[in-house]
Write a protein that binds this ligand. Structure first.
Ligand SMILES: Nc1ncnc2c1ncn2[C@@H]1O[C@H](COP(=O)(O)OP(=O)(O)OP(=O)(O)O)[C@@H](O)[C@H]1O
Ligand SMILES: [Mg+2]
Length: 354
């Protein structure tokens, strides 16, 4: 039995249903990322788990105990969870130490225990030297650490994080991703982490759950989601792919626009009619001369080429009207208007059922 279970979870605001029968099982001590575009229901799902909004249907269980169902709902204060929001919501008039100690004082823990637990968590989040500072005297990243420390110190059964890094600049965000994963490995709280940033999800998560319009589109390990997307939505959302539409030739072969025949080593070609093939930008081989391969080859015209230091980024128009994006080493410099050959290796072509 999983530690956190969502079973047919549903939430509507008036006539609008924003969480549509979500089923999810999170094992104890795992970090799961809810990933999806703006408005797909990530925050609402988190708020349902925390108990801040009531569900319209379905059940939430923690450790086998029902915390939300049609029959009964446990209020947020009765669920041993910590939620961190995008804004850190620190108390400005309290020091770092006092901010972190607050939740323990509320729970009336003895002073000695509070001191030792806060000291431990401040050391783990590298805040010991800043314990007597006020939030106004901290950088954004340090404030984010304080909000993490404050959530961790109460030893929550479940830790809920809603876009915790979105207020940080790009460098700090990258550093904090690793930090969150490191802290997770140290404390192993069952965590639900909401983000719309795929790199953040891939860095931190044991399990990624891709949401689309109130539903779970696919759940799997970062590698599953990236290498084996099941739908066009997931392939597109986990960035950097080309989707070529076409029709079925057989179980593993698709006829794409412009007479391009694509053999696909993975995925499922739909039983009939329209289907699509996903192939990542960096998996397409671009060359000036015809590749040796017999299939999965096309010619095209360069419509954009950008020098990016480590590589060149190309847009190539195919005769059928499709445009594909690919990358090439910097020494392959073909100007706009130039003719090129593209090879789509079958092992990198994934058929997507329509
Ligand atoms: N209190 C509310 N009343 C009415 N509609 C709401 C309310 N809260 C959220 N919604 C709607 O529910 C849908 C899902 O919202 P939610 O905040 O869960 O999205 P999200 O996936 O977290 O998006 P984002 O990435 O932008 O934070 C949206 O269409 C939103 O407008
Ligand atoms: Mg949100």
């Amino acid at each position: 039995m999983a530690f956190l279970e969502l079973d047919g979870l549903t939430k509507s605001y008036g006539a609008l249903t924003v969480v549509k029968g979500v089923n999810l099982a999170v094992e104890q001590g795992k970090l799961v990322c809810l990933l999806g575009p703006s408005g797909c229901g990530k925050t609402t799902t988190l708020r349902l788990i925390a108990g801040f909004v009531p569900a319209n249907g379905g059940e939430i269980r923690v450790g086998g105990k029902v915390v939300s169902s049609a029959a009964s709902t446990v209020p947020p204060e009765g669920r041993n969870m910590s939620m961190i929001f995008q804004s850190y919501a620190l108390w400005p008039h309290m020091t770092v130490f006092e901010n972190v100690a607050y939740g323990l004082r509320l729970r009336k823990r003895p002073a000695g225990e509070i001191k030792s637990r806060v000291d431990t968590i401040l050391a783990a989040t590298q805040l010991s030297k800043l314990a007597e500072r006020y939030p106004g005297e901290l950088s954004g990243g340090q404030q984010q650490r304080v909000s993490l420390a404050r959530a961790l110190v109460i030893k929550p059964e479940i830790l809920l994080l809603d876009e915790p890094l979105s207020n940080l600049d790009a460098n700090l965000r990258e550093e904090m991703r690793f930090e969150i994963r490191r802290l997770h490995d140290e404390f192993r709280y069952t965590t639900v982490y909401v983000t719309h940033d795929q790199v953040e999800a891939m860095t931190t998560a044991d399990l990624i759950v891709v949401m689309n319009d109130g539903r779970i589109e696919q759940a799997g390990s970062p590698e599953d989601i990236y290498a084996r997307p099941e739908t066009e939505f997931v392939a597109r959302f986990i960035g950097g792919t080309n989707i070529l539409s076409g029709t079925r030739l057989d179980d593993r072969t698709v006829s794409a626009e412009g007479g391009l025949v694509l053999a696909c080593s993975s995925g499922t070609v739909g039983p009939s009619g329209h289907t699509a093939v996903s192939v990542r930008h960096h998996d397409i081989e671009l060359s000036r001369t015809r590749p040796a391969a017999a299939t999965n080859v096309a010619t095209g015209t360069v419509t954009r080429q950008i020098y990016l230091g480590s590589h060149r980024d190309y847009l190539v128009a195919l005769p059928g009207g499709a445009t594909v994006r690919t990358v090439a080493p910097v020494d392959v410099a073909i100007p706009v208007g130039g003719e090129v050959w593209l090879h789509f290796p079958p092992e990198h072509c994934r058929a997507l059922a329509a």
